[in-house]
Design a protein around this ligand. Structure first.
Ligand code: ZN
Length: 295
């Protein structure tokens, strides 16, 4: 009887132990978050990266690519039955007839890790998503007034991590003309967490190897430097580890990096209403130039 009891207890404890073990070894892997796809923008590119191609002479690029360019999109655009309607405005006869649909991507969400300045002396921080959204909000009415077709990729004010969703929305947009993707950001330079960088200026990124992307980037960069008079950091591309929004969009795509929010002097500029307006106006001027001349 005692033997049986001992055996029962032994098998019970073995069972209990297995249960415990099994609960310990079962690790639930979270779904991979595309927002973790690095790099997302210029701030994720290491400062010592040697694989970045930088061109600072915008006129030379425009001259080189003066003849019209025809090239297939970098990736085929999937179609979806849940395609949202485009945000377009009918053109009047005195307005430009829009050649393209401009997909305006106000990069990042409120909860995207990092992407915020150190504390300024007034105790505030610049949140990059708020800056990006504000620039797009300043671009839209100007395009509406000119009858230029556009698509606001993220009309929501506050949205969680949404990198893949942004690209999918633009790719799924069914329109009767070519689309161009413009992702708008502010940059962060190398600095220990919570400290300031000395790096400053403006740069525009394009998909490495895309002549159309290069030409669009050069035109945006030219207008951004003209409007702000900030340091020209050139147009940039990387043969490897290209940004998600440049790599996965089925259309020519660029990404503007408007100043450095973790540069102590520049962050105060980026908070100013008139500076933001100039940055928005530069984007509009680039769009109008491309609409007038074509690519
Ligand atoms: Zn960014």
């Amino acid at each position: 009887m005692l033997q049986k009891l001992i055996e029962f207890l032994r098998s019970y404890f073995q069972w209990l132990f297995r249960q415990k073990q099994s609960t310990e070894v079962v690790v639930i892997q979270p779904e991979p978050d595309p927002e973790d796809s690095k790099p997302q923008d210029g701030s994720d590119v290491p400062a010592d990266s040697t694989s970045v191609e930088i061109i600072t002479d915008m006129e030379a690029v425009e001259e080189e690519l003066e003849t019209p360019i025809e090239e297939p999109p970098t990736t085929p655009a999937p179609t979806s039955p849940t395609t949202p309607p485009p945000t377009t405005t009918p053109s009047s006869p005195t307005q430009l007839s829009s050649r393209y649909v401009w997909c305006l991507d106000n990069g990042h969400g409120k909860f995207t890790a990092g992407k915020r300045s150190p504390k300024m002396s007034n105790g505030k921080r610049l949140l990059e998503y708020e800056f990006n959204r504000d620039i797009v909000a300043r671009i839209i009415p100007q395009l509406e007034a000119k009858g230029i077709h556009f698509y606001n990729v993220v009309p929501e004010v506050e949205v969680d991590n949404f990198l893949a969703g942004r690209v999918l929305r633009a790719n799924n947009l069914a329109v009767d003309r070519k689309k161009i993707f413009v992702s708008i950001h502010s940059n962060a330079g190398p600095a220990p967490a919570g400290e300031w960088t000395t790096v400053n200026g403006i740069e525009t990124w394009f998909f490495h190897g895309s002549r159309t992307g290069k030409k669009i980037a050069a035109i945006f960069q030219k207008h951004l430097i003209e409007q702000t008079n900030w340091k020209n950091r050139g147009i940039k591309s990387r043969p490897t580890s290209q940004f998600y929004v440049l790599r996965e969009t089925g259309m020519p795509a660029i990404l503007t990096e408007n100043g450095f929010f973790n540069n102590k002097e520049q962050v105060y500029e980026l908070m100013k209403d008139e500076v933001r307006q100039r940055i928005a106006d530069a984007h509009v001027a680039a769009i109008l130039e491309i609409e007038e001349k074509g690519l």
